[in-house]
Design a protein around this ligand. Sequence first.
Ligand SMILES: O=c1ccn([C@@H]2O[C@H](COP(=O)(O)O)[C@@H](O)[C@H]2O)c(=O)[nH]1
Length: 276
Amino acid sequence: MNKDQLFEQIKAKKSFLCIGLDPALEKLPKHLLKYENPVLTFNKEIIDATKDLCVAYKPNTAFYECMGLKGWETLIETWKYIPQDIFSIADAKRGDIGNTSAMYAEAFFNQTQSGMGFDAITVAPYMGKDSVEPFLKFKDKWVILLALTSNPGSNDFQQQDGSSGKLYETVLQTASGWANSDQIMYVVGATKGAELKNVRKFAPDNFLLVPGVGAQGGNLDEVCENGLNDQCGLLINSSRGIIYAGYGKDFAEKAREEALKLQVEMEAWLRRANLI
Ligand SMILES: O=c1ccn([C@@H]2O[C@H](COP(=O)(O)O)[C@@H](O)[C@H]2O)c(=O)[nH]1
C-alpha cells in the first residue's frame, strides 16, 4: 500500500487507528482455551469486531515467536486474516548486516517464500544504512525506523545530545537520505507527544507510527496537536488498551467499544485539521 492509498483509507474510515495484536495466552478469555488455536481465534474475533474502525493492524512478533512453531503459524494465519485494504505492520524490530537483513526482509515481505506479505516492518536503525537498504528494495513496502521510542529507556541513547543534536534527530536526518517519505516511517512514542513538534521539523512528510496511548498513558490530543500533517501522517497504535478491554465472552465487543472511542476522537481531529 502506498502513501496516497493509506491516506485514502484514513479519510474513508475517518480513523488513523492502528490496533496492536499482542495476545498472551495467559491473558485470553478462558472460554477460548477450548479451541485448537486460542490465540488465532482471539485475533480473528478482534479483527472481525474492529476492522471498520482502524486502518492498520500491528502484530508484535515477540508474542508469536515465544510460542515456537505454533506461534509462527499463528502469525502467518493472523496476517492472512487481516483484510487486504488494511495496512499490516510486523513489529519485529529487526536490522543486521546486509545479507542478514535481506533474509529478514524475505521473512516478512515475501509471501511466496514465507507465507507473510506485511506492508511494513519495524527496524532498529542502529546498524546504519546497509542494514536498512535490503528492506527498501521491496516495492510498495515500508520500513518503520525506531526514532524516539515510548519507553523510559529512550532517554539512555535516543535523547542524548551529541555534536549534531540528539541521537534521534540524527536518525531522522540521516535516514531521510536513504529513501523518501513513500517508503520510510518512524516510530515516535505517544509518551513523547511534546517532542513531536521537533520530530516534524526533521520529518515533515513522513508517516509516524505512534505507540503508547492506552496502557502506557500517552496523550492522543498532544500527539495530534503536534504530529498531524497534510496527509494525516499518523498511525496511532493501541494494543493492550483495546485487546484486553474485556476478559469475558464479550471481549470482542469490549475491544470494539475502546477502538470506537479512539476512532471518534481521531475523526474530530481529522475534521479540525480540515483533512475530511
Ligand atoms: O516505542 C515503542 C515501539 C514499539 N512499541 C510496541 O507497541 C505496542 C504497544 O503496546 P501497548 O499495549 O499499547 O502499550 C507493543 O507491541 C510495543 O512493543 C512501543 O510500545 N513503543
